[in-house]
Design a protein around this ligand. Structure first.
Ligand SMILES: CC(C)CCC[C@@H](C)[C@H]1CC[C@H]2[C@@H]3CC=C4C[C@@H](O[C@@H]5O[C@H](CO)[C@@H](O)[C@H](O)[C@H]5O)CC[C@]4(C)[C@H]3CC[C@]12C
Length: 537
């Protein structure tokens, strides 16, 4: 072979090798860098003596919520949790041009739109902090990630008690020992803020891809400001009348709290004027409370709190009234918001769930219709609050979770814009609580074993919080009557539709979802289950 032929062959083979390499360069990186879905980590189930299981987490293991994929038009994905043990079980679907003609039908109509959602969350109580910090560091991380990260249910709302409440280890306020200190010179945050609440809030914010919104609520003013000279019990009203130095001092207390939290890196979204003002009327109320009539609250906001927050530059922190049972609607806001000089300082109305089981949800709709410019927001709920529930912590109690999602759906279908759970975590007895007012929580910490239990309530919360970010809008869905065992609601978030359905019955329900832009989705709703469907248009 001549030198010329040899070099031509060499050049040709180099060109072929080069072309192969170029092809590899084009295709390989795609394969190598393609985002791999994280390994699914399923619930590690444990049964105590209740109807369903908890999921056990510790320093080395915790279940994660399967990733919500990016969906093409017509593709859908569902997540199911059930009494039988499913926890966010993921299934893929696609819309079809025909359906199995199931008689149960949910027809989505996004051209009819209702309220815009704020979000979902829980409370950073002292008890929650004590329990979370009692775990080994890696287990703490798993717990916080379960609530606030994209591995978890992505809460975007946090409630902060302004001072102590019953879920503290002692009754306290931020100015207990200086009677007559109307200038709040001796106002100071406590160890509980620095050791429990503020550090946990920072961790939640740091791991959260969503912007978090925090609101704070006071349980009681210092005893020296109150008629009964106590933090709890009956006749627990502020001394004097709106506009006097005592009421001005109580307004200043709010500003000082906002300022101290800001100084410690926590910016508040809102404050409520008072946690459960009705409690202050109950003669022997057994934990931190303070009473206001709606007229007193109106005058306090108009003359003291509103102008006080404004004069100290806190116009960016919005104000909610109510923060009490649905039963006080619509009469409470009627009194407060009918006065334009009070109403101008107010943005929303907080509601608690404790008496929802004996209160018509149309009170919410009436409130919305009377005051369309004011949002309604769920500010507190927990299981086992009724005195006859014993024991308080019922590990794996499916029905408590089902009550959560039933109430959330009922609220959302009556103009409520979000829902806040109570303590983020409690101990095995439902505490600590200085007044022995123990309750249940979506996460129960077993300090002795260094582990924690994610209850059905946790997953029920997640079927909303994970999928309904701030800005989601409730839309119309036409389906079967909601007075039976099927409860549901639909939402849109940009191009995505989210449909949540709860089956409280022992029957498997075959149904179809109709989205007229895409077709039909035949679905099966298992017995005692909650499902969230999401798809893109
Ligand atoms: C007439 C009916 C058929 C039966 C009436 C039953 C009554 C015994 C109950 C009806 C209403 C109940 C009260 C509703 C609200 C309450 C407030 C609640 O406070 C908050 O709850 C948390 C858990 O207890 C607590 O940690 C927070 O700090 C509070 O913000 C406490 C329970 C209750 C007073 C509740 C008690 C039972 C009813 C009077």
């Amino acid at each position: 072979m001549s030198y010329k032929v040899a070099s031509a062959l060499l050049i040709a083979s180099l060109l072929v090798v080069g072309a192969i390499c170029a092809l590899l360069v084009v295709f390989l990186p795609d394969q190598q860098t393609e985002e791999k879905e994280p390994e699914p980590r399923n619930c590690s189930p444990k049964y105590f003596s209740y109807s369903s299981n908890v999921c056990v987490c510790n320093s080395t293991y915790c279940d994660v919520v399967p990733t919500i994929p990016t969906l093409n038009s017509g593709e859908a994905v569902s997540y199911t949790s059930s009494k039988a043990g499913k926890r966010f079980e993921k299934m893929e679907h696609s819309f079809q041009s025909e359906s199995n003609t199931s008689p149960v039908s949910f027809s989505i109509n996004s051209s009819t739109r209702y309220q815009t959602l704020k979000g979902f969350g829980g409370a950073f109580t002292d008890a929650a902090g004590i329990n979370i910090f009692s775990l080994p560091t890696d287990a703490q991380e798993h717990l916080m990630r379960s609530y606030f990260s994209s591995d978890g249910i992505e809460y975007n709302v946090g409630r902060i008690p302004m001072g102590g409440c019953d879920f503290s280890t002692r009754p306290y306020t931020y100015n207990d020992d200086s009677p007559g200190d109307f200038e709040m010179k001796n106002f100071s945050l406590t160890l509980e803020d620095f050791v429990y609440k503020i550090p946990l809030i920072h961790r939640a914010v740091a791991m959260n891809a969503r912007k978090m919104s925090f609101f704070a609520s006071p349980w009681s003013a210092p005893s020296w400001m109150k008629k009964n000279n106590a933090l709890w019990g009956g006749n627990g009203f502020l001394k004097g009348v709106a506009g006097d130095e005592n009421h001005k001092a109580w307004a200043l207390y709010f500003s000082r709290f906002i300022e101290e939290y800001e100084r410690n890196g926590v910016q508040l979204w809102a404050v409520t004027a008072q946690n459960e003002p009705i409690d202050g009327f109950a003669k022997n109320f057994s934990f931190n409370c303070m009473g206001f009539t709606p007229e007193q609250q109106r005058d306090f906001i108009k003359m003291d709190l509103g102008p006080g927050l404004h004069s100290r530059g806190h116009d960016d922190v919005i104000l909610m009234i109510g923060d009490d049972q649905r039963l006080v609607l619509p009469s409470w806001p009627q009194v407060v918001l009918s006065d334009p000089d009070a109403a101008k300082y107010i943005s929303g109305i907080g509601v608690h769930w404790y008496m929802d089981w004996i209160t018509d949800p149309n009170r919410l709709t009436k409130t919305h219709e009377n005051f369309t410019d004011y949002f309604i927001f769920g500010t507190e709920a927990c299981a086992s609050a009724m005195p006859w529930v014993d024991p308080k912590v019922r590990l794996g109690h499916w029905e408590s979770g089902q009550r959560y999602s039933e109430d959330i759906l009922e609220d959302l279908n009556h103009w409520v814009t979000g829902w806040t759970d109570w303590n983020l975590a409690l101990d095995m007895g439902g505490g600590p609580n200085w007044a022995n007012n123990f309750v249940d929580s979506p996460i129960i910490v077993n300090k002795e074993k260094g582990e924690f239990y994610k209850q059905p309530m946790f997953y029920h919360m997640g079927h909303f919080s994970k999928f309904l970010g701030e800005g989601s809008i409730r839309i119309e869905v036409v389906g079967p009557p909601q007075d039976g065992d099927l409860k549901y609601a639909a939402f849109m978030d940009g191009n995505s539709i989210i449909f949540v359905v709860l089956n409280k019955s022992d029957s498997i329900i075959e149904a179809k979802i109709t989205d007229k832009t895409l077709g039909f989705l035949d679905i099966t709703i298992g017995r005692y289950s909650i499902q969230t469907y999401t798809w893109s248009r």
